[in-house]
Design a protein around this ligand. Sequence first.
Ligand code: B12
Length: 213
Amino acid sequence: MAPGKLAEQIGALSVNEASAMARQMLAEKIDPFVICDEVMDGLRIVGDKYNNGTCFIADLIVSGMLAQEIFSFINDAVMDISYEKVMGKVVIGTIYEDIHDIGKNLFCDCLRCNGVNVIDLGVDVPVGEFIAAAERHKPDILAISTVMDNSFTHIKDLIMGLGKAGISGNIKIVVGGAAADARFVQLEGIHCLTNDCRQGIDFCLRTLKEKSA
Ligand code: B12
């Protein structure tokens, strides 16, 4: 399969073709993460079209559903890869005013594949709910997903809130997602900042291994 073809099909919203192509790539034993990257490139094409007015919200929805379908069967394949199992607990959610969850769900699936207990708070999660969940579940890691640029203020409030509640010292904080950009570097208390699922997974597994050593 020529590189970029899957992204092209997703960008063109050719749902059936893209789905079949992704299945074929998996059958050809192409690295699931390479397929994920192509899916994201395809979604970027759809996002750009939405920005320049050549596609609409319904198309975003369709592209999102297509991505979720592809990720679900990638996930089944990834489950077959035998990882060293790590114990530990991660609480995760998409921050307030943001309903995007495809990347977050992928991140959760990868963690679960590695034997991590993941408590998913869902999307559009208010700051207070994150803090209450951190107090209740006492996770090793609190992970925050952000795709919308305007979520920055809420994440800032959350980091400050965790500090005020006196719980940030015991928990590592990961901020991830497409909007996890340079603005967050100024916030003290973030232990991992990334827009790459793999980097986030590596950080979590390293942290949990060190804790249990
Ligand atoms: C699909 C989609 C939707 C779907 C979402 C479905 C769903 N269940 O998530 C729907 C149709 C619902 C939607 C709605 C909207 N969307 Co939208 N959407 C997209 C689209 C096309 C793809 C997003 C996506 O899923 N990408 C694939 C995933 C896998 O990527 P990801 O989230 O970045 O995740 C990766 C990493 O970031 C990382 N990751 C993610 N989370 C985490 C967490 C941790 C802890 C870690 C370590 C890593 C990590 O892992 C993943 C793999 O590496 C993007 C376009 C684009 N450029 O991507 C626009 C886009 C994100 N949407 C956009 C907008 C504007 C909207 C709406 C406001 C539109 C509207 N007018 O209503 C609403 C949002 C309402 C709200 N309050 O949130 C803008 C956001 C602009 C911005 N940067 O602020 C974008 C960029 C489109 C654009 N170019 O304008 N959208």
